[in-house]
Design a binder for this molecule. Sequence first.
Ligand code: PLP
Length: 462
Amino acid sequence: MSTNSGVRHKQEKLIDRLSEVYEYTNKVLGLIAKEEISKEEAEWVTRQTVDNFRDHVNPGFLAYRKSVTKDGQFAAVEWKDSGANCFVDVNGKEYIDCLGGFGIYNVGHRHPKVVQAVINQLNRQALHSQDLLDPLRAMLAKILADITPGDLKYSYFGNSGTETIEAAIKLAKMYSDRITFIAATKAFHGKSLGSLSGTAKGVFRKPFLPMIPGFRHVHFGDIDMMRKTFEACALTGEDVAAVILEPIQGEGGVNLPPDGYLQQVRKLCDQFGALLIFDEVQTGMGRTGKMFAAEHYGVVPDIMCLAKAFGGGIMPAGAVVATEEVFKSFFPNPFMHTTTFGGNPLACAAAIATINVLIEENLPARAAELGDYMLQGLRSAAAGHSDKVMEVRGLGLLIGIEFRTDEIGYEVSKGLFDKGVLVAGTLINAKTIRIEPPLTITYQEADKVIAAFKQVLDAIRS
Ligand code: PLP
């Protein structure tokens, strides 16, 4: 083949491939546009999803789903929401969503007010110019100053939880001119390198060591260890810039702080001139029965991180809210920490509508009420199963069920999945599974979850 015909052949192949891709995109866009799909289409979607996860996303996800679901259900492919608290898979099976997208659906799936706010904004302007002043950013920042505890006043916006932690770390460094951070064992703050430095799970950290310098971990809840670490840091000239904590640990297994712990941490921070960062990415926006978990303990942090449910389950959105004293480190050069899409108008519209709904529907109080109900119900269901269940604990609708072994946790997750209840382990471990439904879950749905849990426990031989 001459060079010219070789080039022509390559070009023709490229054109063929592009026309195939064009047809494929048309097919997918057609499916997205449909309200209902046929059985044949559902089969095509399932096959495409499984094949492409295996060949182009990560086959590990298929193996993972297989280990937490029964028989061939690992091929369960989600397709659409079903009311506020459920979704259905591509074959029409309905699941009560007790995972809540790891805590993103506080106001329910596709709350009409949040959807409408985003559509309204989208119809006018999708993203911001990046140069003129964008109004919704300003209004959302004012709203956050009003609803967050104490004198938290200025906000930086990002797109995810991990981005908010990165911003909080940089802010604390700018403010203090120190580089030492104290985080907690079992903490989860995200997986980008800064936030991963605070995250405590060895499996996620080890291949990427060394982390950013200056992070130390102390046992969550151990105030003596925290004090001694502060003292050691001061003695060695490595004064602490900030302590970063989830007020209630989510991914680490729904761990509540011991009485007085967070108040004592606040005192130590003040004594040693360190900042207190609360990561409320999972506990914020009403999840634990108050708008922010900090309110249960009467502790005001210097910096608070929000994400997950902040975007109302519609838009990715996150915020870092700090006191003026701290945030003013970013005043002289507002470009010290920026990101193109953070605080975009669609995300801000979603967050403003989310806060509106949380207030209008009194959802933090509902989380407290339904949380108590579910906690009691799950505890009763677990009674007589102490050979399997160690503890059912939680606050509001952040509930953890700890089992004697990982294997029992997997069996329970599988059994619940089979019965149409989606739950998840914590830190990819099923020893503690999480019940984290939308705050809009109904009593009837809660009863179904509790009954399914009891049936599954009864059916498992220890
Ligand atoms: N912080 C906490 C407490 C979280 O639970 C998570 C995610 O689970 C993160 C931070 C990271 O958030 P993202 O996954 O949006 O980066």
